[in-house]
Design a protein around this ligand. Structure first.
Ligand code: MRU
Length: 357
């Protein structure tokens, strides 16, 4: 993605590894400050995923692949069996950071498969480092191709609603939901984007708005509650969101609030597209109800975070002692999804699942 740093555009990925150090654009600092967070070992990388320095399904997938490579290189020495045990522990640590997105476990599993091909610990360390870099490259390419697959669905002049951040920041690059938008914009189509997820984490107003600003794409931030108003007025032509997991029946698990947008879109006759790489599809789970939904701290509901006087500050927006519930994701039944846009094309939810079998 292009990022304007000190008046000059530079190319960045969301996450990369150099000399065994994982580098991540620090998403807790955006949109206030562009900084890169560095993590020297796999435990710190796992903590960065848990604390959401890096977030978004494909981004945490690639970050977990890099963390597995770090874990391999940290192994002090010993036989292959103890190396395997060390790597299983690293995988478990990573999988426990954020349970809902399939990409994270998918990436850690691919690293384990890679490791088992190696003839020695020394060879495994080298192979895993190369495999993690390839995983990230492939993940970026899958997202680029989502842009190609979905671009035809976006007409010149389209008014698009997107929820949360399914942009380059949520991926290694390009984005999922934002990839077709980027692609259409790059080819000169005039677009307008309604951006929401203004609670509980404000990933729309903080991250998607920041990305669209960088891309010079016209947008407005709307309160989550306003989506129905704009849809009913006829101001939204299509909705595109990302996904954290898609199950065998085509149900879509994505950031909390997605379900409401899908129901509203159907009520108003608006196409509802889900953009996701095939690695998001988890055909082992029959329906969305089988997905573990991450329950996050109630503080995200009871407090708001923003910049004041050059520092990020937390303010209470509920009475002292109020309790909160804070599910991070919800389940959109397949019947609300017009098409799933993957790196290979746009399919009905059932066809998309069939394509990975
Ligand atoms: O909790 P987050 O910010 O990791 O949630 C991210 C989302 O729900 C995105 O919509 C998702 O990962 C889509 S793919 C970038």
């Amino acid at each position: 993605m292009k990022v304007e740093v000190n008046g000059r555009f530079e190319d960045y990925r969301t996450v990369w590894m150099k000399d065994s150090i994982v580098h991540m654009i620090d998403q807790l600092q955006l949109p206030y400050k562009f900084t890169v967070h560095r993590s020297e070992d796999h435990r710190k990388t796992a903590a960065a995923i848990k604390n959401m320095v890096v977030r978004g399904a494909p981004a945490i997938g690639a970050t977990s692949a890099y963390a597995m490579a770090q874990a391999a290189c940290e192994f002090p020495g010993g036989d292959f069996l103890s190396f395997l045990r060390h790597m299983e522990a690293a995988k478990k640590l990573l999988e426990e950071t954020r349970p809902t997105a399939h990409d994270l476990a998918y990436a850690a599993d691919s690293m384990m498969r890679e490791l088992k091909k190696a003839a020695s610990v020394k060879e495994a360390k080298k192979q895993l480092t190369a495999a993690a870099a390839k995983y990230a490259d492939d993940s970026a390419e899958r997202c680029r191709m989502i842009g190609v697959s979905g671009a035809g669905l976006i007409k010149d002049g389209a008014r698009i609603l997107t929820h949360c951040n399914a942009g380059a920041l949520g991926c290694v690059d390009y984005g999922t939901a934002l990839s077709p938008i980027r692609y259409a914009n790059d080819r000169g189509k005039k677009l307008f984007v309604y951006v929401d997820e203004t609670r509980p984490r404000c990933q729309g107003s903080k991250l998607t708005a920041w990305e669209l600003t960088q891309e010079r794409i016209d947008y407005v931030v709307i309160a989550d509650n306003a989506a129905g108003y704009f849809m009913k007025k006829g101001d939204v032509d299509l909705v595109i969101v990302g996904a954290d997991r898609v199950t065998a029946n085509g149900d879509v698990v994505n950031k909390i609030g997605t379900y409401e947008k899908a129901v509203l879109a159907k009520e108003n006759g608006i196409p509802f597209y889900v953009a996701a790489p095939k690695s998001t599809i988890d055909a082992r789970l029959r329906t969305g109800d089988a997905v573990e939904i991450e329950e996050r701290s109630g503080d995200e509901v009871l407090y708001a975070w923003g910049e004041a006087d050059g520092a990020i500050r937390k303010v209470r927006i509920a009475p002292e002692g109020a309790k909160a519930r804070n599910p991070g994701f919800d389940i959109t039944p397949a019947r609300y999804v017009t098409k799933i846009i993957t790196e290979e094309g746009a399919y009905s939810p059932r066809e998309a699942v069939k394509a990975i079998r």
